[in-house]
Write a protein that binds this ligand. Structure first.
Ligand code: SF4
Ligand code: SF4
Ligand code: SF4
Length: 199
């Protein structure tokens, strides 16, 4: 079943990887065209998509369909054409906004700890496999993006009552550069709500 957690660009890449591996290589359109399409899809899902990639994919797909000798090459481009037809907006989000709407393309996603939600319990810090999280008791924890391998463990282990870890794509999340006391974040929230209610 296709739901919103499935990235159609990623799925198309998966199908094409399979048919590309099956290509016997006898005719150039199939051998070369499927490889070209796969390279473009790889770029798009890793945040290196460029304007014009969708049109290029369509051109290549039609050419492979029309010029391949057997059924494999003639049908291999179908997932590309169908997904572009029905999910063009997903392609555009990947290429133009560097955003994967399904949060599935690992290179287009990131994890962050929300300072106003973190209670400094330390669970995520203990469970992170790469020591990417720093913090201390009752300190707002912080993720070092350069060490994060995007395994998602912090999101899984942060207690639901805190819900302090978010996974995003194509969004800026404002977080402190280093751990700060939870009390300081709360005090500043109170101060700013007081000053806005006085306005
Ligand atoms: S279209 Fe068929 S014959 Fe041609 S390279 Fe692909 S698999 Fe081989
Ligand atoms: S996603 Fe994984 S590696 Fe990254 S901070 Fe969370 S637990 Fe650590
Ligand atoms: S992000 Fe969640 S698990 Fe990690 S310290 Fe904050 S509240 Fe605890």
């Amino acid at each position: 079943m296709i739901d919103e957690d499935i990235c159609m660009v990623e799925m198309t890449k998966f199908f094409l990887t399979f048919t590309q591996a099956e290509s016997c290589g006898k005719c150039i359109p199939c051998r070369w065209g499927t490889k070209q399409m796969l390279d473009i899809l790889e770029d798009i899902t890793s945040g290196k998509g460029r304007p014009g990639d969708i049109e290029l994919l369509e051109e290549l797909a039609e050419s492979v369909k029309d010029n391949s000798l057997c059924g494999l090459g003639q049908t291999a481009p179908n997932p590309v054409l169908t997904s572009i037809r029905y999910f063009r907006d997903e392609y555009e989000a990947h290429i133009n906004e560097k955003r994967c709407p399904a949060l599935a393309c690992i290179e287009l996603t990131s994890y962050h700890i929300l300072p106003d939600k973190c209670q400094g319990c330390g669970i995520c810090l203990r469970e992170c496999p790469t020591d990417a999280i720093s913090g201390g008791k009752r300190m707002v924890h912080v993720i070092d993006q350069s060490r994060c391998i995007k395994c998602g463990t912090c999101l899984d282990v942060c207690p639901p009552r805190f819900g302090a870890v978010v996974k995003v794509s194509g969004e800026e999340v404002t977080v402190p550069g280093e751990p700060v006391p939870v009390a300081a974040i709360k005090a500043s929230a109170v101060a700013s709500s007081g000053s806005s209610s006085n306005e």
